[in-house]
Design a protein around this ligand. Structure first.
Ligand code: 4AD
Ligand code: MG
Length: 442
């Protein structure tokens, strides 16, 4: 953009690291933090990060003068600074460009040793310092991919004609069973943090046809696994008149859209975290479908001690998914192990029109969903069977009184999807500030 032998003074352009390629040979101003530094006598190499990427900046005594050079040489990691310099193409540099420093200003000098150095740290230490840990390129890459996954969910559903109608967080009743409710005092009354926006979605579809809610959900689960968070984000589409089979097609199209979006937009981030895109590029519809009963047989053939009617544990899900290169639907679960609102399978009331989508490579359930009971009397019966307080579900029953229609929907856990797409061993790195069994801080 700027010529190297021009006689006129160039202006200084405000730029970001990710965009420096557009300013070759120009003088730019970058604002960021000192990520790393190494010095060799008359030259200092600074790695500057600005949230959009990292760039190597080269400062010399000739370029900035002896005093400024010495000051820079003493600057602590994570000090904030503004650097002005000329953008130079350098194929060896990460990102392909380097900055030849002409000037710099210290915004705030880090005055203590930064706890997170470039050496290895234990996971508990890193989680204690999550407020600082998120600055590292790997964490930035994961959380950037998360943001793109969230965007892809919204883009896909908006494009499909779903209206975003959000559900309340403070609720008087349970959606997914009473054992995992978080309760709080609501001016003398007991309120619970939402486990799922589904019940409210079911009201909204009667007004909008197709809706989705997208928000934080809470489960007071005493499980300490690599797939469980206490607070997680769920996107929940729901549609009036949508059949069970149509819902499965929607799910596979949405998951495929998300994977394709990440592959197209997050190449740098995937390579930063060392995720091989090859496995992800196999994710194309249709996804295989097997019934719960077939899945039980499959597990038995593999020597697993399981009987029809048992719920699958994480190891079972992994064993089932291992048979497939793509995500797999497990359908028609036993009525007894699923939620109260699930529509029975026509001709087989022992099972329901419910499906879980299991991710490949051992990531387990990423989606749970199904067709909902739309008959007033059957729903009332189930509410009684599950010992749910009728007064809290009267509004939900109303939806079956006034123009009820068959309908389906599902919930996809964002963190599980991020863990799978990024190839992470644990969901704790998939959310900015994880809430886990023994962790409420920072
Ligand atoms: O299968 P679940 O419990 O389904 C529901 O809540 C339905 N009401 C959703 C609906 O139909 N609208 O949860 C849905 C998804 C799971 O497949 C999983 O991805 C995620 O939410 N999930 C969790 N993610 C992290 N930590 C936990 N403790 C989770 N529990 C569920
Ligand atoms: Mg589930």
């Amino acid at each position: 953009m700027c010529s190297t032998n021009s006689t006129t003074e160039h202006p200084i352009y405000d730029a970001t690291v990710s965009k420096v390629g557009a300013y070759e040979n120009c003088t730019v101003r970058l604002k960021g933090w000192l990520y790393n530094k190494r010095s060799s006598g008359k030259i200092i190499f600074i790695i500057l990060r600005d949230g959009t990427g990292i760039i190597q900046c080269v400062a010399s005594v000739n370029g900035i003068g002896q005093d400024e050079f010495e000051k820079l040489d003493k600057l602590n990691q994570e000090s904030s600074l503004i650097v002005e310099g000329v953008v130079k193409k350098d194929p060896r540099a990460p990102g392909g460009y380097e900055l030849e420093v002409k000037n710099y200003y210290i915004v705030s000098e880090a005055f203590d040793d930064y706890p997170i150095t470039l050496k290895e740290h234990g996971i508990e230490f890193l989680l204690d310092n999550r407020h600082l840990w998120i600055r590292t390129p790997r964490q930035r890459a994961i959380l950037t991919i998360r943001a793109q996954i969230v965007k892809a969910c919204r883009d896909f559903l908006d494009k499909e004609g779903f209206v975003n109608v959000d559900a309340p967080i403070l609720t008087p009743s349970a959606c997914e069973g009473t054992t995992t409710l978080f309760s709080t005092d609501y001016f003398g009354e007991k309120a619970y943090l939402s486990q799922s926006g589904q019940l409210y979605n079911e009201a909204a579809i009667m007004a909008f046809g197709k809706v989705y809610c997208f928000g934080p959900t809470f489960r007071a689960e005493k499980s300490k696994t690599r797939r469980h968070l206490i607070e997680f984000w769920m996107v929940e589409p729901e549609a009036a008149f949508m059949t069970f089979d149509e819902m499965l097609v929607l799910e596979e199209n949405m998951v495929t859209y998300i994977v394709e979006h990440v592959l197209a937009n997050c190449q740098n981030e995937l390579s930063e975290i060392g995720r091989d895109p090859e496995k992800l590029s196999q994710v194309k519809p249709p996804f295989p479908r097997i019934t719960y009963s077939d899945a039980v047989d499959l597990l038995k053939r593999n020597g697993v001690d399981i009987s029809w009617g048992d719920d699958f544990g994480a190891a079972d899900e992994t064993a089932i998914a291992k048979e497939f290169a793509k995500p797999v639907f497990v359908t028609h679960y036993p009525t007894k192990i699923k939620a109260f609102y699930m529509q029975p399978t026509p001709g087989d009331p022992e099972t329901v029109l419910g499906a879980d989508l299991l991710a490949p490579e051992g990531y387990g359930e990423i989606i749970g969903g199904g067709e909902r009971i739309y008959d007033y009397h059957l729903l009332l019966e189930r509410i009684h069977e599950h010992n749910l307080p009728l007064e809290d579900y009267e509004w939900y029953l109303d939806l079956r009184k006034y123009g009820s229609v068959p309908h389906s929907g599902f919930g996809m856990g964002i963190e599980r999807v991020v863990a799978w797409i990024c190839g992470l061993g644990h969901v704790r790195e998939t959310i900015p500030f994880p809430r886990m069994l023994n962790r409420l801080r920072p």
